[in-house]
Write a protein that binds this ligand. Structure first.
Ligand code: GLA
Length: 645
């Protein structure tokens, strides 16, 4: 080709490009599997519950129906020109109030922020210039009231582009880095240093200690009725006289010795620190059976989790029969289904390992999965649970909706009070876990009905949207947490989860998992692992065995952290510990690394203080006035701050 021809071809190509029509891509045509959201599934051209997209009475023919917290990354290849949409809360939530904030982020810069929108608000127009933008992120965050009823619509959402069409992307996923050094080979006594039992109830307390085995245990000042097994570290027996007993525990191995004082409260309050254990639901769902429960218990011991204070093995839904399968015997006693041939043998075997066992049922005629509930058999079921040897009961509202439509306080408290009265008559201690998803602000009356913990939200799933919107909405419940009574933002979603029978690795990124565990510890939440314990990888095991992190959760003072500072998508949460130190989390809920600052003023500190990085178990230094740290996307910097002098 000679040079004139070359110039002419170039010129024609330029003309063609210039004349190329701008094309329009509806967001609903993207691969919506890439949307991460807090509840339900993303819906093309429909609301999250599958209705026509409708905001303040206006219906829209296309768009994306999602739910807070929602994140969608889009690769625009620099070919996009404009993003437009109408955003708001979908009318399908009726009179319920959902609140949310829509933001559009282009190459790291926030280009649109709706401010807080709530149910019934008119749709807001979004019109963002995307010239030269590579990465577009559509975000919907829950308002201050948590994620309930946050049905979010990106109505008529579309991108005008010229050239390569934009595509949905997975969010970035960083490398899984283990931050914590292994525990020393010398003995170290971990776990709760305060323990509550009722007079005369059977005691089972396993001294949680890391370090080389064999190890021998000694307990001094044991009250009458208790015996320690020097080899296993299991304290058993029962104590008749209500009192506070200070017991000195000692663990010795070839490398050294550790001692500490444990406070045994013989009285009427159980769960003086948040229960720590495992529950079958988030991994096995209804595919649970006796063998899986046994394997979980064995793995709790063989993985070493037991040495960090993990103690409950809880069976969730689906151990009973369905009402049409002769769910009770002639006397009305509840029967197990074929997957649980011998409940008593199972609990005996788990107790022998030094662990406790939990069960589940509904106050209604049926459970969430349609199995037999306790309705009109409450005392009989409590007696059966005690006879089987259970130590924990999750009492899940679900089927009770069939008999109670009201949602006023009397209606909500009634079934929980009834079961509490039944449990109180038993001659063993059964930790009482209320599960009714936060209805009627349960945290304001959970203690009144005798709950040791109460679920504050709907069910968690293993997405950033779900975990973060649940975790970061717990501020309102904070004042109600105290020893014996805990807010429960649902179970952990690290490791291999799946709600059965098929499992997958958690969809949370490594930093999101650090955030999850840090936040749940700061919140003094019950810690119930929801993954297959027989398939723990090193990263997951590390997340669950950092004793300095777990100590924040198991602190005897029993305070729940509060959000003391928020700036954009960064937050600082802090709680006071029994020794006067503070547990502080610097969180970044944003999509890019950001600096987060906790000032002494917001922490209520003055003067120099020693700051310790809890995940790395390393001192950061002596600081006064502020702690500032670059925190990665969806990540955390978790510290304990010890005021000096
Ligand atoms: C409800 C609870 C879950 C689980 C299931 C079992 O959804 O919130 O935690 O117990 O029921 O069916």
């Amino acid at each position: 080709m000679n040079s004139i021809k070359r110039v002419m071809v170039g010129w024609m190509l330029l003309m063609l490009c210039g004349l190329a029509q701008a094309e329009t891509l509806q967001i609903s045509s993207l691969d919506l599997m890439k949307v991460q959201q807090g509840w339900g599934h993303p819906q093309p051209n429909r609301s999250v519950s599958g209705n026509p997209l409708t905001i303040a009475g206006t219906q829209y023919e296309h768009g994306l129906g999602t739910h807070t917290d929602s994140v969608l990354w889009i690769d625009c290849h620099g070919t996009a020109q404009r993003f437009t949409a109408q955003v708001g809360v979908d009318d399908e939530v009726g009179d319920n109030v959902g609140t949310m904030v829509f933001t559009v982020v282009a190459d790291g810069q926030e280009r649109y922020n709706s401010g807080i929108l709530k149910t019934g608000d008119q749709a807001c127009d979004v019109d963002v210039d995307l010239a030269d933008v590579e990465i577009l992120i559509l975000l919907v965050a829950s308002g201050v009231d948590g994620m309930n009823y946050d049905h979010a619509d990106w109505a008529l959402a579309q991108i005008e582009y010229q050239g390569e069409a934009p595509v949905a992307l997975d969010g970035p996923k960083e490398e899984a880095i283990i931050l914590t050094p292994p525990p020393p080979t010398t003995p170290r006594i971990n776990g709760a240093k305060v323990f509550g039992v009722r007079p005369g109830s059977p005691v089972l307390y396993t001294i949680a200690a890391t370090g080389e085995r064999p190890m021998t245990f000694v307990a001094e000042h044991l009250p009458e009725g208790l015996q320690l097994d020097a080899e296993t570290g299991q304290l058993r027996g029962s104590v008749k006289i209500p009192d506070t007993y200070l017991i000195t525990l000692q663990a010795t191995n070839a490398k050294g010795m550790d001692r500490c004082v444990m406070r045994l409260e013989v009285g009427d309050t159980l769960a003086l620190t948040p229960p720590m254990g495992w529950n079958s639901w988030n991994c096995w769902g209804c595919a649970v059976d006796e063998e899986k429960i046994r394997q979980a218990a064995q793995a709790m011991v063989s993985s070493g989790l037991i040495n960090h204070g993990w103690s409950y093995i809880n069976i969730d839904d689906c151990w009973m029969r369905k009402p049409d399968e002769q769910a009770r015997d002639a006397e009305g006693n509840i029967l197990t289904n074929a997957r649980f041939p011998d409940m008593k043998q199972l609990t005996d075997d788990i107790h022998a390992m030094g662990l406790k066992v939990g069960t589940y049922i509904s106050p209604g005629p049926t459970t969430c999965q349609g199995y037999e509930g306790s309705y009109q058999h409450e005392l009989q079921d409590a007696m059966q649970f005690a006879a089987w040897g259970f130590d924990y009961l999750k009492y899940d509202w679900c089927g009770y909706s069939q008999v109670e439509k009201g949602r006023e306080k009397d209606a909500l408290t009634k079934p929980y009070l009834l079961m509490k009265q039944c449990l109180d008559q038993m001659d063993r201690d059964i930790v009482y876990s209320l599960c009714q998803y936060g209805m009627g602000d349960v945290w304001t009356w959970g203690l009144e009905v005798g709950g040791n913990c109460w679920r504050t939200t709907g069910d968690i799933t293993d997405t950033w949207g779900s975990m973060s919107s649940i975790g970061f909405s717990q501020d309102q419940c904070s004042p109600y947490a105290q020893p014996g009574h805990w807010n429960d933002p649902d179970m952990l979603v690290v490791g291999q989860v799946g709600w059965g029978p098929n499992l997958h690795p958690t969809r949370l990124t490594p930093n999101e998992q650090y955030t999850h565990i840090s936040l749940w510890c700061l919140l003094s939440s019950p810690l119930l692992i929801g993954c297959d314990l027989t398939k723990l990888d090193d990263f997951t095991l590390n997340l669950l065995t950092n004793d300095e992190v777990l100590a924040l959760n198991q602190d005897p003072f029993g305070q729940q952290a509060k959000r003391v500072h928020a700036l954009g998508l960064t937050e600082v949460w802090s709680k006071k510990m029994a020794d006067g130190s503070l547990a502080v989390g610097l969180f970044n809920r944003g999509e890019f690394e950001q600096e987060v600052t906790a000032s002494w003023e917001v922490l209520g500190l003055s003067g120099p203080a020693r700051v310790r990085d809890c995940w790395q178990q390393q001192d950061v230094g002596i600081l006064d006035q502020t702690l500032t740290r670059k925190v990665p996307r969806h990540g955390v910097f978790l510290v304990r701050i010890f005021p000096q002098g």
